[in-house]
Design a protein around this ligand. Structure first.
Ligand code: ZN
Ligand code: ZN
Length: 384
């Protein structure tokens, strides 16, 4: 039984968008695979958390999830169909309880058994039940676009800051060459539709979805099981925009599943994970870099060079800087995917860390001199 998305993120159903985002960030940080190498459980939870946030972090998807529950999260979910089926179901209930306006006594009414097959029609892709392809077409517009698909992609922090272009191998649905995307076996015989026995209608009131009212069906393509498409490893050139974060989705228009009837292909979404950087920590859109300085630079101040993803930057160390002092380089953090003045680029904080020199007689002598310069006990305020 799939877990409720809200409980995966540990938030109540009434949580605000902000609370959801915060809960997600916290969990994603805690469970990130790079901090738990080889821990399958953490990896699974990390995936669950990303999947939950993918839905709950998006106002529209969250609304559909609240309305339809788990099925709304499946690939290819179609809210229009879902609403139509729900209305149908409601009518069926009303009919059974005698309140349905058009209800006729005895026969010809709603058969709850139909609902199962109708629910199967919610999805345009993925579930590969027999004959699904033909059935769903009674609901689909003839030239409806192909389904969207999704793939994972890990990027370095450098790529997240600067953006990048790269070629990757992605498993994605492509048109089946054997049947040219029709799902019908080439040269196959035409037979009577087994669902309606060749009549084209079910119980005299509804078009048979399997044969779309034609009463005839053809054998499925054996290569793609009648799907008209199959998964293949494909090389793609991808532009990762600057400003992606873990959980961002990069849309590649037209790289999703092909449409069955010559319509446009769906989109491919790359779900991004930003790998933790060896030296740079990320907090929101701000970056933090530890910068070693000498005792002399800490005492007297000085100009030093700090590395950034865009090359070295000079900055001034103020005299009397203690370890952990943060020096802000404005606008050197993560750019915003949205851009604009409302979501400015983050900052880079250079955090100075005083390095003591290696031990030596001279260092010992200098230390003795320095020890005399503290006016008070450095730990005098430490009472807990
Ligand atoms: Zn095929
Ligand atoms: Zn039929």
């Amino acid at each position: 039984m799939p877990q409720d998305l809200y409980s995966i993120l540990g938030v109540p159903r009434s949580a605000s968008a902000d609370e959801i985002k915060k809960a997600y960030r916290k969990l994603a940080k805690k469970l990130h695979p790079d901090s738990h190498p080889g821990d399958k459980k953490a990896e699974e939870r990390f995936k669950d958390v990303s999947v939950a946030y993918d839905t709950l972090g998006d106002a529209k998807k969250r609304g559909l999830y609240d309305e339809f529950g788990e099925m709304a999260t499946k690939s290819g979910f179609d809210e229009k169909k879902a609403r139509a089926v729900r209305d149908y179901q409601k009518q069926a209930e009303e009919y059974q309880s005698g309140s349905f306006a058009g209800g006729r006594a005895g026969g010809g009414g709603f058969d709850p058994g139909d609902l199962g097959s109708m629910f199967g029609d919610f999805f345009s892709q993925r579930d590969s039940s027999r004959g699904r392809r033909a059935r769903q077409e009674s609901f689909d517009e003839e030239n409806g676009p192909g389904a969207d698909s999704e793939s994972e992609l890990s990027v370095d922090l450098r790529d997240a800051v600067l953006g990048s272009e790269r070629e990757l191998s992605v498993r994605k649905p492509v048109r089946c060459a054997d049947c040219n995307g029709t799902g019908v076996r080439t040269g196959s015989k035409v037979t009577n539709c087994p669902d309606c026995n060749g009549v084209g209608e079910l119980r005299g009131r509804r078009m048979c979805p399997r044969c779309r009212g034609e009463g005839k069906v053809r054998e499925q393509c054996l290569v793609c099981n009648g799907e008209g498409q199959k998964e293949e490893l494909v090389r793609l050139k991808v532009r990762i925009p600057a400003g992606v974060e873990t959980g961002s989705r990069v849309r590649l228009p037209g790289q999703g599943a092909p449409a069955r009837n010559g319509g446009p292909a769906g989109d491919l979404y790359l779900r991004i994970t930003v790998r933790p950087h060896e030296r740079v920590r990320v907090e929101g859109r701000d970056l933090f870099l530890d910068l070693p300085i000498t005792v002399g630079e800490a005492l007297l101040g000085g100009e030093v060079t700090a590395p950034t993803f865009e090359g070295p930057v000079k900055l001034k160390i103020p005299p009397g800087s203690q370890s952990s002092r943060k020096l802000r380089l404005r606008g050197r953090g993560l750019p915003s995917l949205k851009g604009g003045a409302e979501t400015p680029r983050g900052d880079l904080y250079v955090v100075v860390q005083i390095q003591v020199p290696p031990e030596s007689d001279a260092a010992r002598a200098a230390a003795e001199e320095l020890a005399k310069l503290y006016p008070n006990d450095v730990r005098r305020d430490l009472a807990l």
